[in-house]
Write a protein that binds this ligand. Structure first.
Ligand SMILES: NC(=O)c1ccc[n+]([C@@H]2O[C@H](COP(=O)([O-])OP(=O)(O)OC[C@H]3O[C@@H](n4cnc5c(N)ncnc54)[C@H](OP(=O)(O)O)[C@@H]3O)[C@@H](O)[C@H]2O)c1
Length: 271
């Protein structure tokens, strides 16, 4: 073990993603758990946050957002959009950098994040996976270099409990493709077809499957005539997201206020 570890608060600690983060934190040399936020009706409030993992973390589940944030040097939010506005405001008040993985945010919440970035470091990421971060760049390059004649389809598959559809990752991939084709984010939304119908050549068709306990799969297909190019990412478990989220948190804790992207966290981009 090296020097002092960065204190991190997990917001949404009792959830599927929160538990994966706690599991990864147990073994981290860079970060230490200092707060674990859950919903106000959670029956485990007051219990050790590591209990379900057979880990004595020394941190108790709490529903007090300000208390959870007060010792934190960085927070990772994996709650639900209904809580996001309060979290943005609380992080801004306490000066706590925020890594936010919650998906399904409204346009207003995204604007609030950009505004908060004037006073704290903020990193929103639809997908924390390192390999998916890389794939998004590859998809952007493919769209730019193949040009507009290629039809694009995105197929995303997630577990049956996922609330939002299409996934935030599918939307981010569509944004990368449309951006490479010169579209603004607002124009991107108009290109997205979720009913399976390709209305014009620029349409990006997104299909969503909700099935079993799939952690997250995304396939992007570019097709032209008899040729297809397919880029696929499969997360076999949430450990892939947790690993990237912890990397992002350790990195963001040392950044000045601003709005950052997951690809800036990748090692070759830090130089
Ligand atoms: N960026 C990524 O790589 C990535 C990967 C996976 C998932 N996600 C996103 O992360 C989010 C969580 O996913 P999940 O599958 O873990 O969901 P989940 O299992 O439903 O967990 C939701 C968490 O939010 C908490 N919560 C709900 N209402 C709250 C409130 N009013 N105050 C404080 N906490 C509250 C829940 O606490 P209670 O248990 O007390 O209700 C729970 O801990 C989703 O938006 C999902 O899309 C992102």
């Amino acid at each position: 073990m090296g020097g002092a570890r960065v204190k991190v608060a997990i917001l949404g600690a009792s959830g599927r993603m929160g538990q994966a983060l706690l599991d990864a934190l147990r073994l981290s040399d860079d970060l230490e758990l200092c707060g674990a936020l859950v919903g106000p009706a959670n029956g485990r409030i007051g219990q050790d946050a590591g209990a379900a993992l057979d880990w004595s973390s020394g941190v108790k589940y709490s529903a007090g957002l300000a208390d959870v944030l007060s010792p934190a040097e960085v927070a990772i939010d994996v709650t639900l959009p209904a809580v996001t506005s309060d979290i943005i405001e609380a992080c801004r008040s306490s000066g706590c950098p925020l890594v936010i993985g919650t998906s399904g945010l409204s346009a207003g919440q995204r604007a609030a994040l950009a505004d908060a970035a004037n006073s704290i470091a903020v990193l929103p990421a639809a997908n924390f996976s390192i390999a998916m971060t890389l794939m998004t760049g590859m998809v952007r390059e493919a769209a730019a270099r193949l040009g507009p004649g290629w039809q694009v389809d995105i197929l995303e598959t997630h577990h049956q409990h996922k609330i939002d559809r299409p996934s935030g990752t599918a939307l981010a991939l569509a944004e990368a493709i449309a951006g490479a084709r010169g579209k603004t984010p607002a124009e991107t939304r108009e290109c997205i077809a979720t009913d399976g119908e390709r209305k014009d050549p620029d349409s990006i068709v997104i299909q969503s499957v909700r099935s079993g306990e799939v952690a997250g799969e995304h396939a992007v297909t570019f097709a032209e005539g008899s040729e297809t190019l397919e880029l696929v990412h499969r997360a076999g478990s949430r450990a892939a997201f947790a690993r990237g989220a912890l990397l992002a948190a350790a990195w963001l804790a040392t950044q000045d206020p601003g709005l950052y992207r997951m690809d800036q966290v990748l090692p070759d981009k830090r130089r």
